[in-house]
Design a protein around this ligand. Structure first.
Ligand code: FAD
Ligand code: NDP
Length: 525
């Protein structure tokens, strides 16, 4: 009899020395493989449906822990322009990566103009070339697609370029380019993500595009109506403005729903200051193509009922994303769906015990790449590595890459008040002046930050909010501190790095409750 058989699974604890953990892991796999053999054989231990951030992380980690894994990925072309892309999912192809590159292109344009103030001789006529930018961005994406495929091959994940749908809880049909393949597995992980929504109005699909088309658009966007004031709407409007186009943002209700609304309004105001108009309380009614190719958008103010119309070169729908459940035939496997998403328990298990879901497709969790990656990896470790750690979806830091970036972690001011009561919440806040803004005389009006904290006792910090340059870089480290139980006292006793904008968190001393002016007098005292 095998020695490892005597190690109980309950002993497979985190925190053991690495060599002991690997012994436990072998023991766990050894037991599991024999259990499976007893049940009958499947083609794979695990089939992951979706080769995006969540699916790839899960598939690779499962193989690392000894499982036989296949990963299906298939991209349907966009309805308007027929845009499609390779393996890697939304983040790599039509999300975080091309967005950040275009944001960077836009910031560089601004920096070139600032350089003149710093003494560089810069040609005034400097302007971006959209087609060159698109080419560079797409070249980078293609290289990532290629590296991803090589990585999957090296890590022994079988990549299947096919659209998966369930036949039953252990069987999947993969529609390949010109054939079909039936695949069986002990477990399935659904990681199919989502795609942009289109509004149900005339001309929306025929004439409007989404972020799925924008990063490979073969013409300049020109004057663009961006419908939606969430992450995608604001980010796209921001970089389009920086690249010299004319975006307008149409806001149905509020800006950046779910975020701290004081910060959200500051983001909007900072964009308006840069010349981006916001059409508030408005919804589109129709889009008609004119003879000259321009798009006539009719829209309505939801408060006054007043209707108006305007011509645009491009209409970009940024009104949220829907989960890709339709093609999966989930009813064949008995998997429940809630509002085109899949509800899961704290172990990412669906209502069917051998079927799991991770990433954007799960109901009620943040739609962010690092969330998808960590949840996918932890799930694989629990399934095949004997680990027990669950994904913690709380206090996830995030950044909105608008021209002046906004990053935050933890609770918004309104959520803290809702949770703990107004008398129990203290908000430390302040405006600040980034040193590098002085010479080019950039506006500092919206450089603002706040710490939302417990009012009494240890003064634990509930949330940190920062509007200013390189916001993601600033908040990332503070996110670790917040997760470790950061208090106001620790924050105040942290020595800043001068001159940075991140140090402003260590200089916060004015509370909102005091009513004192949060505008700084000088930068260095
Ligand atoms: P996806 O990455 O969408 O992967 C799912 C894959 O499954 C896709 O390739 C899909 O085609 C495929 N698929 C679907 N159905 C099937 C099927 N039946 N069979 C086979 N394959 C199928 N997040 C951040 O953290 N930071 C950012 O800055 C950021 N910027 C973003 C910008 C934009 C414009 C967008 C749209 C998103 C952005 N996100 C950002 C969100 C991030 O991209 C997603 O949270 C992340 O990609 C989700 O990963 P996923 O694996 O769940 O899904
Ligand atoms: P969001 O849900 O963030 O925003 C959707 C916006 O569209 C809201 O302003 C909403 O208004 C509006 N809207 C919805 N339906 C309509 C309609 N029929 N007509 C007019 N307006 C409408 O979705 P996004 O598409 O911006 O982003 C999707 C997800 O992708 C985000 O939640 C985020 O997790 C992820 N992402 C992350 C990024 C990052 O990390 N930097 C960047 C981009 C995306 P209302 O408030 O009235 O509902």
């Amino acid at each position: 009899m095998h020695l490892f058989e005597f190690v109980p699974v309950s002993q497979l604890v985190e925190g053991e020395p690495r060599h002991r953990r690997s012994i436990y892991r072998s023991a766990y796999l050894d037991i599991r493989v024999r259990e499976e053999l007893a049940k009958g054989t499947y083609d794979y231990d695990l089939v992951v449906i979706g080769g995006g951030s969540a699916g790839l992380a899960c598939a690779k980690e499962a193989v690392l822990n000894g499982a036989r894994v296949a990963c299906l990925d298939f991209v349907k072309p966009t309805p308007t322009l027929g845009t499609k892309w390779g393996v890697g999912g939304t983040c790599v192809n039509v999300g975080c990566i091309p967005k950040k590159l275009m944001h960077q292109a836009s910031l560089l344009g601004e920096a070139v103009h600032e350089a003149a103030a710093y003494g560089w001789n810069v040609d005034d006529k400097i302007k971006p070339d959209w087609s060159k930018l698109v080419q560079s961005v797409q070249n980078h994406i293609k290289s990532v697609n290629w590296v991803t495929r090589v990585d999957l091959r090296d890590k022994k994940v079988e990549y299947i370029n096919g659209l998966g749908s369930f036949v039953d809880a252990h069987t999947m049909l993969a529609k390949l380019k010109s054939s079909e393949r039936t695949i069986t597995a002990q477990n399935f992980v659904i990681a199919v993500g989502g795609r942009p929504r289109y509004p149900d109005i005339p001309g929306a699909v025929e004439h409007g595009i989404t972020s799925d088309d924008l990063f490979s658009l073969d013409r300049e966007p020109g004057k663009t109506l961006v419908v939606g004031a969430g992450y995608i709407g604001l980010e796209c409007a921001g970089f389009l403005k920086g690249l010299g186009y004319e975006p307008t943002v149409m806001v149905r209700s509020i800006v950046l729903r779910g975020f701290d609304q004081q910060m959200a309004e500051l983001v909007a105001s900072s964009m308006e200051e840069r010349g981006i108009p916001f059409l508030r309380k408005s919804v589109p009614l129709s889009v008609e193509k004119q003879d000259d190719g321009k798009l006539l958008v009719k829209y309505k103010n939801t408060e006054t009922g007043e209707e108006a119309e305007e011509l645009f070169d491009t209409v970009l729908w940024a009104i949220g994303r829907k989960g890709l459940v339709e093609d999966l035939n989930l009813s064949n496997a008995g998997v429940s769906v809630q509002k085109d998403k899949i509800p899961v328990d704290s172990q990412e298990t669906t209502n069917v015990p051998n079927i799991y879901a991770v990433g954007d497709i799960i109901y009620g969790k943040p739609e962010l790449t690092p969330v998808a990656v960590l949840a996918g990896r932890l799930l694989a470790r629990r399934l095949y590595g004997g680990a027990t750690q669950r994904m913690d979806y709380n206090d996830v830091a995030t950044t909105v890459f608008t021209p002046l970036e906004y990053a935050c972690v933890g609770l918004s001011e309104e959520d803290a008040v809702k949770q703990y009561g107004e008398d129990e919440v203290e908000v430390f806040h302040g405006y600040y002046k980034p040193t590098e803004f002085f010479i080019p005389q950039k506006s500092v009006r919206y450089c603002y930050l706040k710490a939302v904290a417990e009012r009494h006792g240890d003064q634990r910090v509930y949330g940190l909010h920062y509007l200013g340059p390189v916001a993601g870089e600033v908040i990332q480290g503070f996110a670790a501190a917040l997760k470790s139980g950061l208090t106001v006292n620790t924050l105040m006793n942290t020595v800043g790095i001068h001159p940075t904008t991140a140090e402003e968190f260590t200089r916060l001393s004015i509370t909102k409750r005091s009513g004192l002016d949060p505008t700084p007098a000088s930068c260095c005292s």
